[in-house]
Design a protein around this ligand. Structure first.
Ligand code: FAD
Ligand code: DLZ
Ligand code: SF4
Length: 520
């Protein structure tokens, strides 16, 4: 092939209709896919995440090859592997002498920065194309955000509903009269609540080979490698989506915020890994959910709730990430300085809610949203854990973690480290919330009804310590301010008991060994 177009495809761009492939001819294109050490180790990802990405990449390359594309696939173990995207593109330029490189912009800031240096490094045309797998472009998000005092997801979401026409009638009105049915999506779990088992995918030969590689090269990373049952092809991802729509969507809304010990998925879709690496199209999923509603198979609160997560939250956090990077990574509005406790890695804590959420994280490389937000995140917030430590942890432990989605959720939604650009108030809660929304507390070593002293649920005292410490900032906020009259009514002695209890608990925490998330 004389001087082809080189099309690098990254591990989260596994989409047949990727912008850089659209309109290209097979006899004039070399697709480059690169397994590189840098991507597996910039944080020490959960073993299942590495296996997921490498196996999905290998399957995708095989599919492209079968469809007649020329794919230059670099394996992690190839002798001369340069182990960085730029190093591998340089080697591919030597091999193929391309007349141009067409690449879709990267999902993560650090990779995009590297790509933007390619025009200075390579002596051919470099075309960096927008990632149009997102509904809202970076420019569109910026023009929506420009001049607004607050960037509430709700208003952004309504724009996305209007733009797609999903659950919107001919007059531009929302289906059912409301844009958001979140108030119906907070049912506590009833006794014995369980959900149908999602499809689990047996590793084939390609995945088995990757699992062996991951065990050999990344055996010291966090998490269980097996059982490994994530979808790694589009067909598998579609099967997973079919099962969700048929079996779990109807109750997705009701139990969206519920937590049950040992029930790791409940009615969640478990589709984030497939969506994030490019195997499923989020807007297509929303249209399917709408269809289930139109056919009378699922209620509006479930369908709207699911759609809001995808064209609301997912699109919003992506726009937010690119608007506020690179500052977002170092924001620390609440000046939280404590190191991450060791139990986040070991799971060894008597706090049953945390232990179960960490167990699921370790076993599945997944925990559902309320575990991430209201158990793990809430603890990190009210214990004052440093944003950098918390960010590294979340980026390392989840199979669906890519910085563009992880960072806004952690820094802004959970830790309020952005000072309130994303959330109207910190999501701080005492043990009461967890008790209401889960069955964790009944068998916990701590008593949720005990507020202070020996055996009291640590969330209770930490909550008041957090409120007291940040009073100046939070008191003016109408959504939080009233809480301080409760605090004031307690009187000094009671307040002292809370503060002493919190300090005593914090004094028992062992800081984590930093080597878990990042080497060195
Ligand atoms: P479902 O509950 O079935 O939701 C459907 C889909 O909506 C998800 O697959 C996901 O694509 C999208 N979605 C839901 N909530 C969010 C959200 N807050 N932000 C963006 N997309 C959302 N999601 C990631 O994909 N990667 C992450 O690294 C990640 N880190 C998070 C960290 C914290 C602290 C919090 C609070 C949330 C995080 N989320 C992240 C969002 C959410 O928890 C996961 O998307 C969800 O748990 C994935 O499971 P699911 O596919 O069963 O989701
Ligand atoms: C997460 C990941 C891992 C573990 N390995 C690779 C890899 O070897 N090659 C690759 O192309 N992508 C990998 N990825 C996904 C990338 O980190 C992801 O594509 C970038 O973060 C995008 O900005
Ligand atoms: Fe968690 Fe407190 Fe409930 Fe124990 S009592 S499970 S620590 S909220």
């Amino acid at each position: 092939m004389a001087s082809p177009i080189l099309v690098p495809i990254l591990g989260d761009q596994l989409t047949r209709d990727l912008a850089s492939l659209r309109g290209r001819t097979k006899d004039d294109t070399v697709i480059l896919m690169m397994e590189v050490w840098d991507e597996a180790t910039y944080v020490k990802h959960h073993k299942q995440k590495i296996a997921l990405v490498l196996s999905a990449m290998r399957h995708f390359a095989a599919e492209l090859g079968q469809a007649g594309w020329q794919v230059d696939y670099v394996r992690l173990t190839d002798e001369d592997n340069a182990h960085s995207f730029t190093g591998e593109v340089a080697r591919a330029v030597e091999r193929h002498s391309p007349r141009a490189i067409h690449v879709v912009e990267a999902g993560e800031w650090r990779v995009q920065e590297a790509i933007e240096e390619w025009p200075d490094k390579f002596d051919c045309e470099i075309d960096i194309q927008p990632d149009d797998r997102f509904l809202c472009s970076k420019a569109e998000f910026n023009s929506w955000a420009e001049g607004r005092k607050t960037l509430r997801m709700e208003y952004f979401y309504r724009e996305m509903r209007r733009k797609t026409g999903i659950l919107v009638d001919d007059e531009g009105k929302p289906e059912g009269g409301e844009w958001n049915y979140d108030s119906e999506n907070r049912k506590p779990p009833k006794d014995g609540l369980s959900a149908p088992q999602r499809p689990l995918f047996e590793p084939d030969d390609v995945t088995r080979e990757v699992l062996d590689l991951v065990e050999e090269k990344f055996g010291d990373h966090f998490g269980n490698l097996e059982p490994f049952c994530w979808p790694v092809t589009r067909d598998q991802a579609e099967e997973a989506a079919d099962a969700f729509f048929a079996e779990r969507l109807p109750k997705f809304g009701d139990y969206q915020d519920a937590m049950v010990h040992g029930e790791d998925d409940l009615f969640h879709s478990m589709l984030s890994t497939s969506i994030n690496v490019g195997l499923l199209d989020p807007v297509e999923l929303c249209r399917r959910a709408e269809e289930e509603y139109n056919k009378g198979n699922a209620p509006l609160n479930a369908v709207e709730g699911f759609i809001r997560q995808l064209i609301g939250w997912r699109e919003y956090v992506r726009g937010f990430y690119w608007r506020f990077m690179p500052g977002l990574e170092s924001d620390n509005a609440l000046n939280a300085q404590r190191s991450l406790p060791e139990f986040f890695w070991t799971g060894e804590t008597d706090m049953r809610c945390l232990a179960d959420s960490i167990r699921s994280t370790r076993a599945n490389a997944h925990a559902h949203h309320i575990q991430r937000l209201m158990v793990l995140g809430n603890f990190a917030l009210i214990a004052g854990i440093s944003p950098r430590d918390v960010q590294d942890w979340y980026l390392a432990v989840y199979a669906d973690a890519f910085e563009w989605v992880e960072l806004p959720n952690v820094a802004a939604m959970v830790l309020y480290a952005d000072g309130g650009k994303l959330a109207s108030k910190p999501y701080a809660a005492s043990g009461n919330y967890i008790n209401k929304m889960s069955n964790y507390c009944a068998d916990c070593a701590y008593s949720v009804s005990k507020k202070t002293g020996e055996g009291a649920c640590p969330f209770n005292a930490l909550y008041w310590r957090f409120m007291d410490r940040h009073r100046e900032r939070l008191e003016a906020n109408p959504r939080v301010g009233r809480i301080f009259s409760t605090w004031d009514r307690m009187g000094e002695d009671k307040q002292r008991e809370y503060l002493d209890s919190a300090e005593a608990f914090l004094g028992t925490l062992t800081p984590a060994n930093k080597g878990w998330a990042r080497a060195g």
